[in-house]
Design a protein around this ligand. Structure first.
Ligand code: 4AD
Ligand code: MG
Length: 460
């Protein structure tokens, strides 16, 4: 019966216990009579050392020649090695090759660049960097569900195919079954989407927020956690065309409640990953960012900074010489400004609040000054914007006036307006970009390396 390597390490077996493990060889070294295999079965980050001896194995020479990547079944005895790097190793009584791996296998024992590894997304999860990144991803996802579920949030599934553009940025992928070369046309010559699959124009969702609001005004506290699509043609290290977003939405809550929630959630998931993935996190600390563990540990015990957009612009405009884009009141903050604030000024996560309404979405609650909205972006060192949130406009008359001002069709948003017409309440929420959280947690600087199969502008 096979034992997982993770279970073997965790179970503290007796010296001499007999065991069968399966895995892939990460390295094979040998001298004349004794050889060593680092074996990984993917169940944990640490490989198992297998010792094999010519005196015991008939196929010693074949095993000694086995290439990196060969899959093996090993039966042997546990040898406790207190004081060594690993607590135990296995001395093999027999080793059987399941699948050979020839020398053209690209993942030979040497340091490969992430750019090279990006060309083989089907193989790179076998490397240390990607195995650690994708396990952290899995654990962080669970940590988020755990935090929200334990706090009484209902997980809701919002549609991926929608008819509305939540962010109003027009960065949507169209979903259609019409013939792209010869679509039906209206008399005016426009594409006639009434003949399309759904009888209307549809696209992949850019955010589950609007549907999330509908669920929050029934359950009080909800969250979405799902894929999100944006046809932003930006080739940057932090934009993907398909990414995952967590969107909590809370009723009877204002912007301060929203910031408290997102801060608590981010701290909780960081603490959970530090606790659950010590080996992976130690690896990132060693190879990606030597201050990672120190920074993350400090962060979970300190308060995030909070500054208004207007104050932030005052601070940033003093440094306009060092920016490619100059800052003045009314302009949107670019990544360079966001990173300057969080990395140079505050040196920790910071919420920037109360942005000019002209640069934010239609659903954000207009402040008393009539010029700004109750929005809060959470910026973090190394990444920039991690969360975008706001208090929502719950006043029907203000919301419809704002939509008219922006030229949004009331008919398209009729159901959304009904949430205000029927028992409206103050409510607020945010969206956390899951890949950006993983970048922040691991120190991996490119979004292409925290998504198992990244889809970014320009191809994959
Ligand atoms: O700031 P955004 O656009 O906010 C919304 O979509 C709101 N509807 C969320 C809400 O209030 N429920 O996006 C939220 C977050 C960003 O802060 C960023 O972390 C991430 O989603 N994000 C992206 N991540 C990767 N690739 C992209 N192209 C992203 N666009 C946004
Ligand atoms: Mg945003």
């Amino acid at each position: 019966k096979r034992t997982e390597i993770r279970a073997l390490f965790a179970s503290a077996p007796a010296d001499g216990a007999s065991v069968t493990v399966c895995g892939w060889a990460k390295t094979v070294r040998d001298s004349k009579n004794i050889g060593f295999i680092e074996l990984s079965d993917g169940s944990c980050f640490k490989p198992l050392q297998v010792v094999f001896e010519a005196a015991k194995l008939e196929n010693y020479k074949d095993i000694a020649k086995a290439g990196v990547g060969t899959s093996l079944v090993v039966t042997g005895r546990v040898v406790l090695t207190p004081g060594a790097k690993q607590p135990l190793e296995v001395n093999a009584d027999s080793i059987r090759v399941l699948g050979a791996c020839p020398p053209e296998y690209p993942l030979q024992k040497k340091r490969h660049t992430v750019e090279f590894l990006r060309t083989m997304p089907h193989l790179r999860p076998r490397t240390n960097t990607f195995s650690a990144a994708f396990r952290v991803r899995s654990v962080a996802a669970y940590g988020i569900h755990k935090f929200l579920q334990e706090n009484g949030f209902v997980y809701v599934h919002t549609p991926l195919i929608t008819g509305s553009d939540c962010e109003g940025a027009g960065e949507m992928f169209r979903v259609t079954t019409l013939d792209a070369a010869q679509p039906p046309r209206t008399e005016e010559g426009a594409v006639d989407f009434s003949q399309d699959f759904f009888g209307r124009a549809t696209n992949l969702t850019v955010s589950g927020q609007l549907e999330g609001e509908a669920m929050a005004t029934a359950f009080g506290k909800i969250y979405t956690f799902g894929p999100t699509f944006r046809a932003e043609n930006s080739n940057t290290p932090r934009h993907a065309a398909e990414f995952w977003m967590i969107e909590p939405e809370i009723a009877f809550a204002d912007l301060a409640d929203e910031m408290d929630l997102s801060e608590a959630m981010v701290k909780s998931v960081i603490a959970y990953v530090l606790e659950t993935c010590p080996d992976e996190m130690a690896f990132f600390n060693q190879f990606f960012d030597k201050t990672l563990l120190e920074r993350l540990n400090a962060l979970i015990n300190s308060d995030f900074a909070r500054v208004s957009y207007t104050e932030a612009v005052e601070i940033l405009s003093k440094h306009n010489d060092s920016f490619q884009y100059k800052v003045e009141w009314g302009t949107d903050l670019q990544t360079e400004h966001e990173r300057f604030l969080t990395e140079q000024i505050y040196k920790k996560p910071v919420f920037v609040t109360d942005y000019p309404k002209a640069i934010k979405s239609f659903y954000m609650r207009v402040n008393g000054d009539g010029k700004t909205v109750a929005a809060a972006d959470m910026l973090v060192p190394g990444v920039g914007e991690l969360c975008g949130g706001s208090q929502r406009e719950e006043r029907l008359d203000v919301l419809t006036a704002r939509m008219d001002e922006l030229g949004l069709s009331r008919a398209d948003y009729e159901w959304y307006l009904e949430l205000r017409r029927f028992g409206t309440v103050e409510h607020a929420g945010f969206g956390l970009g899951f890949e950006r959280l993983i970048m922040y947690l691991t120190g991996i600087p490119n979004i292409r390396d925290v998504l198992p199969f990244p889809r970014t502008a320009g191809g994959f």
